[in-house]
Write a protein that binds this ligand. Structure first.
Ligand code: SF4
Length: 209
C-alpha cells in the first residue's frame, strides 16, 4: 500500500471533492450517483444542481412527471431510462423504506439502477460506513499498481475487500478518481506523475522503454 500512502500525502489537501459529496445528504448522493453512470463528471454536477432545485426529496421525486424528470436530467447518458428508474426508485423508497434511503449495502443493492459502485459510495459518503467504491479509475490504477489482478471493477472490489486495510476503504475512491482523471488516466501521463510514485510504479517499469 506504499503507493497509496505516497499519493495520500501528495493529494490529501488538494483532492477535489464534488459539491454533492460535500453535502453528504443520502438522497442527493444516491440520485446523483445513479445519474453519473455513463456520464461525464462535469455533466453529472451540472445536471444534479439543476435537478435538486426542483427535486429535494423522495416526495418530490414521486410527484414529478417522468417526462419532466427526463428533461431535467438531460444530457446525462441514458436519461430516459434513468428517469424511469428514478420514478420506480421513489415508489420503492416511499413504500418500503418510509421515504428514506437505506443505510446498508444489501438493501441499497435491491433498488432499481443501483449497482455495487453506487451502493458503496452511498454508504461511505452519506452514512460514513465502511465500503469500497470501485469505479473505472480505482479498477485501472489498482491493476497498474498490482494491488489486484482483475478483469472487472466488481472483481477489484472483492479483491480489495480482502487485501486493503480498512483505513483506506473510504478514501481510496476520491483519491484515485482525482489522480486518475488528472494523471494516471487511461492513457497515463507518466511525465506529469510524482517522482516518488514513478520510481515504484510497476506499470511505469513495464512501459518506460
Ligand atoms: Fe500511472 Fe504512470 Fe504514474 Fe504509474 S507512473 S502511476 S502508470 S501515471
Amino acid at each position: 500500500m506504499e503507493l497509496i500512502d505516497i499519493l495520500l500525502k501528495k493529494l490529501n489537501k488538494n483532492a477535489v471533492v464534488t459539491e454533492i459529496a460535500k453535502d453528504r445528504n443520502p438522497f442527493k448522493v444516491l440520485i446523483s450517483t445513479i445519474i453519473s453512470a455513463r456520464t461525464k463528471d462535469e455533466v453529472t454536477e451540472e445536471v444534479s444542481k439543476k435537478l435538486f432545485k426542483e427535486v429535494r426529496d423522495v416526495d418530490d421525486l414521486l410527484n414529478i412527471d417522468e417526462e419532466k424528470l427526463a428533461n431535467l436530467i438531460y444530457p446525462a447518458g441514458f436519461y430516459k431510462t434513468k428517469a424511469k428508474n428514478l420514478k420506480k426508485l421513489a415508489k420503492i423508497l416511499k413504500e418500503n423504506y418510509d421515504g428514506k434511503v437505506p443505510d446498508s449495502l444489501e438493501e441499497l443493492l435491491k433498488l432499481p439502477g443501483v449497482g455495487r459502485k453506487t451502493a458503496n459510495l452511498v454508504i461511505t459518503l452519506a452514512f460514513n460506513k465502511d465500503g469500497i467504491c470501485v469505479d473505472t479509475h480505482v479498477h485501472r490504477i489498482c491493476n497498474r499498481w498490482e494491488i489486484v489482478d482483475t478483469e472487472t471493477p466488481e472483481e477489484t472490489e472483492f479483491e480489495l475487500r480482502k487485501k486493503l486495510p480498512k483505513k483506506y476503504w473510504k478514501v481510496i475512491n476520491n483519491l484515485l478518481v482525482v489522480f486518475g482523471r488528472e494523471i494516471c488516466s487511461p492513457k497515463p501521463k507518466c511525465n506529469k506523475c510524482f517522482e516518488e510514485i514513478k520510481e515504484k510504479c510497476p506499470y511505469y517499469e513495464k512501459i518506460k522503454h
